[in-house]
Design a protein around this ligand. Structure first.
Ligand code: DX5
Ligand code: ZN
Length: 215
């Protein structure tokens, strides 16, 4: 059984609070917050102020995905009593161990993400320190992209490595997740699935969230 973290990047920003209420009603487990800076990825999304604007209207925790350069300078901005995970990109951190330690020192769980072309072997030395590994199954920057099939095997290999080394980190998958590939991803070892357009693109967001949760 996987946890579902709908990405509010694909929500209707003009009524963000209501959209969050819909996924909560449908049984979502986390709110995935996609932060893009126009440098690390070729798109700008929103920052901490937007995230904080929905904080008091929900019981769900935030799963913050920082697709930004120099994340060390911004992690504090995303601290709230509902911030559960802050995830940074391996490709954006020159001193990844320092960044992960910084996040954990703030009392939140630390995640590290890898782009589709980045091997999981680049994380070998940090796996003992992270709470979460986020496998990107699209090139980050935009919602609504097509799932890159190689992501399933990457999840399977990471899950095997976790098993072999006895680590406890969770595996999350982000990008192009839908009702068709969710079961295969969970079977491969994913604990958390992010879905943006597949949830918020539905006519009935509550029903679609429930559909995911019954897989
Ligand atoms: C991609 C983001 C994803 C994205 C997911 O850069 O990190 O979280 O919003 O959207 P879908 O599910 O539409 O691919
Ligand atoms: Zn994301």
């Amino acid at each position: 059984m996987f946890k579902l973290a709908p990405s509010i990047l694909s929500a209707d920003f003009s009524e963000l609070g209501r959209q969050v209420a819909l996924i909560e009603e449908g049984g979502a487990d986390l709110i995935h917050v996609d932060v893009m800076d126009g440098h690390f990825v070729p798109n700008i999304s929103f920052g901490a102020a937007v995230m904080k604007s929905v904080k008091d209207g929900t019981k769900l925790n935030f799963d913050v995905h920082l697709m930004i350069e120099n994340p060390d300078s911004y992690v504090e901005d995303f601290l709230t009593d509902k911030t559960e995970y802050i995830t940074v990109h391996q490709e954006a951190c020159r001193h990844l161990h320092r960044t992960v330690a910084h996040i954990k020192s703030l009392g939140v769980k630390a995640g590290v993400s890898v782009n589709p072309a980045t091997p999981i072997e680049t994380l070998t030395e940090i796996l003992a320190d992270v709470d979460l590994v986020l496998i990107m199954s699209v090139n980050p920057g935009f919602g609504g992209q097509k799932f890159i099939d190689a992501g399933i095997d990457k999840v399977r290999r990471l899950a095997a490595l976790r098993e072999k080394t006895g680590r406890k980190f969770l595996i999350e998958v982000d990008g192009g997740v839908n009702l068709q590939n969710a079961a295969a991803l969970a079977e491969a070892g994913a604990d958390i699935l992010v879905a943006g357009s597949a949830v918020f693109g539905a006519e009935d967001v509550v029903a679609r969230t429930r559909e995911f949760k019954t897989i």
